[in-house]
Design a protein around this ligand. Structure first.
Ligand SMILES: NC(=O)c1ccc[n+]([C@@H]2O[C@H](COP(=O)([O-])OP(=O)(O)OC[C@H]3O[C@@H](n4cnc5c(N)ncnc54)[C@H](O)[C@@H]3O)[C@@H](O)[C@H]2O)c1
Length: 271
């Protein structure tokens, strides 16, 4: 019996495919029979991930391409020989993260933020989602169907709790914060989702959004503890825990769903 989750013959283009979660979204698509194009402005990273996926799923499963999602010219060039995209996952973003050796800085504070930081901070997630949706939906419209899946964040529906980024023993003006750019971009991505869902509702193109919360990736222990404390399930997400949602949202299993934002956060936004 054919499964409603089946993605055989479906081609998915995943932006930001060279990062942490992009290749996991790719595995979800590949596990259910589709093929993937990983797009990133770090072409070396997508080529490496595509090579790994081709070894794991068979030659021809994955391709890595250069694309700067903030540039309509770069997107046009990247897709000039592509005439079939069934699924677009707008996943690229500048996501300032907490890391052991680097990450957030006081540059990210609202009162210090430069116009360039602001513009760069919203560019990939917000402008990239717009530019890629515009270019790829034209392919989908020609083919009469498609799925656009935008990636937002729990921080697309709530404000960051800056207490989890706090460094003990530093005055307030030296505290690192999650920047306002991330909120602006991620709330905006949900707005784009709802707008396009209605715009394309009768064109057989569904547009939804997935909002994850923090994925554990070797973060400092005190940060993991502070974040886990504001999550009802008491832990960060494991890297594979969004794959089920990707398959659901990209397949016929969600055929009557459009304009929705699926929040997967261990209950964080419920508290
Ligand atoms: N990792 C998390 O904990 C988490 C939590 C919530 C939401 N998210 C969201 O999930 C998505 C993926 O997150 P991630 O952790 O894999 O991030 P990541 O930083 O590891 O990967 C993002 C990728 O986007 C690419 N990118 C950035 N600007 C680009 C541009 N202009 N053109 C093309 N590619 C560009 C980067 O090169 C990178 O490979 C992001 O939208 C992020 O905001 C992640």
């Amino acid at each position: 019996m054919r499964s409603i989750f089946d993605l055989t013959n479906k081609v998915a283009l995943i932006t930001g495919g060279g990062g942490l979660l992009g290749p996991k979204h790719a595995e979800a698509i590949l596990d259910f029979g589709g093929t993937v194009i990983l797009a990133d402005h770090h072409v070396d990273k997508v080529e490496e991930k595509a090579q790994y996926l081709n070894q794991k799923y068979g030659l021809g499963s994955a391709k890595g391409i250069y694309m700067d999602v903030t540039s309509p010219e770069s997107i046009s060039k990247a897709i000039e020989n592509i005439d079939k995209v069934d699924i677009l996952i707008n996943n690229a973003a500048k996501d300032p993260k907490v890391k052991k050796d680097a990450g957030l800085t006081i540059e990210t504070r609202f009162e210090n933020m430069t116009p360039d930081f602001w513009k760069e901070g919203i560019d990939a997630a917000l402008n990239g989602t717009f530019f890629c949706s515009q270019a790829i939906s034209n392919i989908m419209l020609k083919n009469g169907k498609g799925v656009i899946l935008n990636i937002s964040s729990d921080l697309g529906v709530i404000a960051p709790d800056q207490r989890i980024y706090k460094k003990e023993g530093f005055p307030e003006n030296e505290q690192n914060v999650k920047p306002i750019t991330y909120s602006a971009a991620k709330w905006g991505v949900i707005g784009i989702t709802k707008y396009l869902a209605v715009y394309f509702a009768k064109k057989n193109i569904r547009v939804n959004c997935l909002s994850p919360t923090g994925v554990f990736n070797d973060h400092p222990t005190d940060f993991v503890e502070k974040l886990s404390n504001i999550i009802p399930m008491g832990r960060m997400a494991e890297i594979d825990e969004y794959k089920g949602a990707i398959v659901f949202l990209c397949s016929e299993a969600s055929s009557y769903m459009t304009g929705e934002n699926m929040i997967i956060d261990g209950g964080k936004t419920v508290w």
